[in-house]
Ligand binder design. Structure first.
Ligand code: 13P
Length: 287
């Protein structure tokens, strides 16, 4: 059964570890992440961007697939199904479809409008027993057409949004989606510390988990980060494993073209990436 992400993240914040949000794109992705969470006895959050939701056929398909896998794979660790960077309208659609968690990305609105919309969505999510994440200070890079400049959040704005009753908060601290450029300045721990001072026990979220060195991840966790989002790294691992398989001509050997064989190396690569992240985040055996 899907659960809200609130309890698992409150536990993570108190226990000084982080739960991974791994974004899903299809059946193989979802199976690989759920199997790895179960094998490592780790809570997990499945992230779905609006684009990925559309790609998979719609939110009802996603909810049906995830609930079916949880049942048929006998998954017993806590799993949350979370809308990633949702618009106001899509947050309502996902709550309706059966997601257990949503993120409202109002970071591109003026703070007053972000506050008003977040307030409304907090009430709607909580009424259904779902958790809600909000964002202050846009995360850099591009994700499904949402482009952010990688700014650092204003800690006072974070406090204003936190006070609306959101369950966890993404604060921009110089992190960006996708690969980090050579000249990336690193995370602003000063900003993170200032945000945590004002938001107290609220679990903080680090987007753009791909390519952040393990020591920076651990420092961020020590300063209140309890949820870390990873997307690109699983995509890169999947693509590389598939390319190797094809370059070696294995798709043309025997029944190598059978999708169950063709996609198997990518499936294993996602599992290995997710396991490595769960170890770094410290969520293994925390289910
Ligand atoms: P990456 O693609 O950089 O791992 O970021 C994922 C993310 O933050 C999803 O919201």
């Amino acid at each position: 059964m899907l659960v809200s992400a609130k309890e698992m993240l409150d536990k993570a914040k108190a226990g000084h570890y982080a739960v991974g949000q791994f974004n899903i794109n299809n059946l193989e992705w979802t199976k690989a992440i759920l199997a790895t969470a179960q094998e490592n006895n780790s809570p997990v959050i499945l992230g779905v961007s609006e684009g990925a939701g559309k790609y998979m056929g719609g939110y009802d398909v996603v909810v049906g697939m995830v609930n079916g896998l949880i049942k048929d794979m006998n998954i017993t660790v806590p799993v949350a199904l979370h809308l990633d960077h949702g618009s106001y309208e899509h947050c309502f659609k996902c709550l309706e479809a059966g997601f257990s968690s949503i993120m409202f990305d109002g970071s591109h609105f003026a703070i007053d409008e972000n506050v008003a919309k977040t307030k409304e969505l907090v009430a709607a999510a909580h009424e259904k027993g779902c958790s809600i994440e909000a964002e202050v200070g846009s995360i850099g890079g591009e994700e499904d057409g949402v482009v952010g400049a990688g700014e650092c959040a204003d800690p006072n704005e974070c406090k204003a949004i936190a006070d609306l009753g959101v369950d966890f908060l993404a604060a921009g601290i110089g992190n960006i989606h996708g690969k980090y450029p050579e000249n990336w300045k690193g995370l602003s721990f000063e900003t993170l510390d200032a945000v945590q001072q004002l938001t107290g026990e609220l679990p903080l979220v680090l987007h753009g988990g791909t390519g952040i060195p393990a020591d920076m991840i651990k420092k961020a966790i020590s300063l209140g980060v309890a949820k870390i989002n990873v997307n690109t790294e699983c995509q890169l691992a999947f693509a590389e494993a598939t390319r190797k398989y094809i370059e070696a001509g294995k798709d043309l050997e025997g029944k190598g073209f059978d999708p169950r064989k063709l996609l198997a190396p990518g499936f294993e690569a996602i599992k290995a990436t997710v396991k490595e992240k769960m170890e770094i985040f410290g969520s293994v055996n925390k289910a």
